[in-house]
Design a protein around this ligand. Structure first.
Ligand SMILES: *Cc1c(COP(=O)(O)O)cnc(C)c1O
Length: 451
């Protein structure tokens, strides 16, 4: 749901902005006098859009991608069992992140699915996760017939509120799945502390956090395992793709087996997983693309981070705009998303939906982000299904709703605004445009609210 929908909306908004450009002067000639001195007429009310140019296109490609794909094509070894490209990518990604093992998978969802299997999550177990995440984080819990338990969000960081984590654990908790949402890090000090004391492993959903860091160590390498996505919108992209990182040899073997039809890796003994497994393998073509895209990852991450830092300086001066705070331990933010909260009061009460429309009209694509995952009707429907009714005691299911209430997250979902990572890849002037568009809307907020 989440990412595809909003991505499409970004594209449309960006394309619309490009054609809506008008010569300077026209808008001011038409601007009625009701706009306060210095306040230009908002594009949503017929004024000139602040920005006409589209933001950088994604993905970035050149001859590197072309030769990588042609090499695999002409080599006629398109499956990882025949070729070397997937193994080369795994070695390169492990080296880049400092992980002992990397197992490439078909996508981020299958990386999470195989990791939960590797951690022996079974029906009857509980899995802890945040409600502010992409739906796949939850889907894999249901695929293992485990019970999701949501820990409320911290609206300041938009991450799982680690202060509420321990209270969510029970004797049935099998895994804690924090999500480094938008590439910003969760409070790993607090989460790993609970994990160690309560002896419950952490599986990091780092699907949005390529090259992100916690105290100088790469996100996805601090828990028992970490999962990444290389889906088209992600900061490292092969259309579809994923990876599991772990420093645990035995866990690596179990994840490997699950992703390769419950077979052992060539030359190694079969791991004790029973017969469970599927084909969740990455192809040689995707690995070739990833190796090529990886040559730009560090530089792109640096540009995103610099632009985001500058944008935060600009936006935090605007009353009612609250950029996502970072924990002190987050030494590098991957900025898959640039996230802030919007509060209507300093914008003359202009509702968020109207603010988003106005921002898009100024040529700045944006999205309201996720809706509360714990309250999606399919969640209750799954818990009411035959399998769950049979697997879980009545009182556990009856108490689930009360346990899974996330009022802070409900509020956050009303306030959040997202910009995508691709918007951070251009020159600093693009950040000035975003900030100017927000200030322009604030200056004319009363008119926008009335219109
Ligand atoms: C993208 C994403 C996933 C799933 O990855 P796919 O490659 O799309 O299967 C899981 N969790 C989060 C937080 C994601 O952003």
């Amino acid at each position: 749901m989440g990412h595809t929908m909003s991505r499409r909306r970004f594209m449309t908004a960006a394309a619309g902005a490009a054609v809506a450009t008008r010569p300077a002067g026209v808008a001011s000639a038409l601007a009625p006098t009701v706009f306060a001195a210095g306040a230009e007429k908002p594009a949503l009310l017929g004024g000139r859009p602040l920005r006409g140019a589209p933001f950088p296109a994604w993905p970035v490609i050149d001859d590197r991608e072309q030769s990588a794909l042609l090499e695999v094509l002409r080599g006629r070894k398109w499956y990882r069992g025949d070729g070397q490209t997937v193994s080369r990518f795994e070695e390169a990604y492990a080296r880049l992140t400092g992980a002992r093992h990397c197992i490439a998978t078909a996508n981020g969802t299958s990386a999470l699915y195989a990791s939960l299997a590797g951690l022996d999550v079974a029906p009857g177990d509980e899995v802890i996760l945040p409600p502010y995440t992409f739906v796949a984080t939850l889907n894999v819990v249901f695929l293992q017939y485990a019970l999701p338990v949501f820990v409320d969000s911290d609206p300041e960081t938009l991450q799982m509120d680690a202060r509420r984590l321990e209270g969510a654990l029970s004797e049935r908790t099998a895994v804690i799945v924090p999500v480094h949402l938008g590439g910003n890090a969760c409070d790993l000090d607090a989460i790993l502390d609970v994990s160690r004391r309560r002896k419950v492993p952490v599986l990091e959903d780092a699907c949005q956090a390529h090259l992100g860091e916690w105290r100088g160590r790469k996100l996805g390498t601090l828990g028992a395992a970490g999962c990444f996505s290389f889906q088209a919108s992600k900061n490292l992209n092969s259309g579809e793709g994923g990876a599991i990182l772990t420093n645990d040899d035995a866990l690596a073997e179990r994840c490997w087996a699950f992703h390769d039809n419950a077979r052992a890796r060539r030359g190694r003994p079969a791991p004790p997983l029973g017969g469970r497994g599927a084909n969740l393998r990455l192809t040689e073509f995707q690995a070739g693309l990833l190796l090529a895209q990886m040559t730009r990852l560090e530089e792109q991450s640096r540009v995103r981070e610099e632009n985001a830092r500058y944008l935060t300086q600009q936006l935090r001066e605007v009353p009612g705009i609250l950029p996502a705070r970072m924990h002190e331990g987050c030494t590098r933010n991957a900025y898959h998303l640039y996230m802030f909260r919007y509060q209507p009061e300093p914008f003359a009460g202009l509702p968020r939906a109207r603010f988003l429309e106005a921002l898009r009209a100024e040529g700045v694509p944006c999205s309201p982000g996720y809706t509360p995952l714990n309250r999606q009707p399919f969640v209750a429907a799954t818990l009411a299904s035959r399998a769950y009714q049979r697997l879980y005691p009545k009182q556990v299911l009856a108490g689930w709703e009360e346990r899974s209430r996330c009022p802070a997250n409900d509020g956050l979902c009303e306030e959040a605004v997202w910009l995508t990572q691709t918007m951070l890849l251009g020159p600093r002037q693009d950040m000035d445009d975003i900030a100017a568009a927000v200030r322009k809307i604030q200056a004319s907020a009363a008119e926008l609210a009335r219109a």
